[in-house]
Design a protein around this ligand. Sequence first.
Ligand code: FNR
Length: 327
Amino acid sequence: MNRKDDHIAYAHAQTVANNDFDLIRFKPHGLPETNKALVNYATEFLGNKVATPIYINAMTGGSKQAQTINGKLSALASHFGLPMALGSYSSAYQDASLINTYDVINAHDGFLKLANVGADKPLVVAKTAVQKLNADGLQIHINSVQELIMPEGERVFKGWSDNIKAVHDALNVPVMVKEVGFGMSTQTFKTLKNLGIVYIDVSGRGGTNFASIENKRRISTYQAFEQWGLSTVESLLQAEEIEGIHLYASGGIRHAGDVVKALALGAEAVGLSKFFLTLAMEDDLPTMIEKTAHLLDEIKTIMCALGVDNVKALNKHHLIIPKHLWL
Ligand code: FNR
């Protein structure tokens, strides 16, 4: 099996019972004065207006199975107008015959499409990815811990900041920097902001665990990393003092409750990978649409119960947050 198919198989098999979102509760509102039919969960995504507060986060490309998944997910994205990020473009950059496994996204329209590259990649890779896929934006992933555990991964991390700045300065589409499930600290937010990055997806601990996935691909495992990282909740709280960034949340978003909690913690929109991977692997398109419609309906219902009729009105006062999550 190739690495892309390994990642799909291990991520699909992983189960997450609990995460830090479970430690947060909603503050009920006895007199919400809302009308569910008028609750609007539209938001902004990389400076564009979007109809829903969720997006399909980066996963795959580069194998036959990846092509099937990207095909189904792009049909779903098109149905609801969900922004969708593709997986890392590096395999198609090395082997042009793999481009179809990503470009299948362009069979559908009516949603924002993001290409994805690693921070280890120079400008030329990022530019090629955006051009070849006709992407509306680019995600750059920072995944040093995953690389270190990955048997064939990077061991030298010098130059990542320079690459990020070069890509950000040169591209004429918005650039989002994201983690891959280990979260971000105040220090990371400050560094990214100094590089000019304003769109940041914290992608924290609590969902897909790439330490565990890469350990499964090793002969002798690095156990210390199984518990590595800041949770998505902790990461969002770390960003509280940082002004001038647009915050996005992903990592362990399992259901509508997690989505609304992440929005109330300051995220402009919320990304799901594992949730959509499961739909693409297990369901046909009508069922994928039905389950996504249910997720969106529950988001609206929670907002109605909280007494808010738009995403911007959600804030930390709608939540009961245990003190220990503020680090
Ligand atoms: C990912 N993720 C990922 N991220 C990225 O920036 N580039 C990539 O190529 C991939 N590849 C990838 C493959 C698979 C199979 C999964 C499940 C995930 C990470 C993803 O975008 C996200 O940050 C994490 O998965 C955490 O979110 P969930 O899965 O807990 O919702």
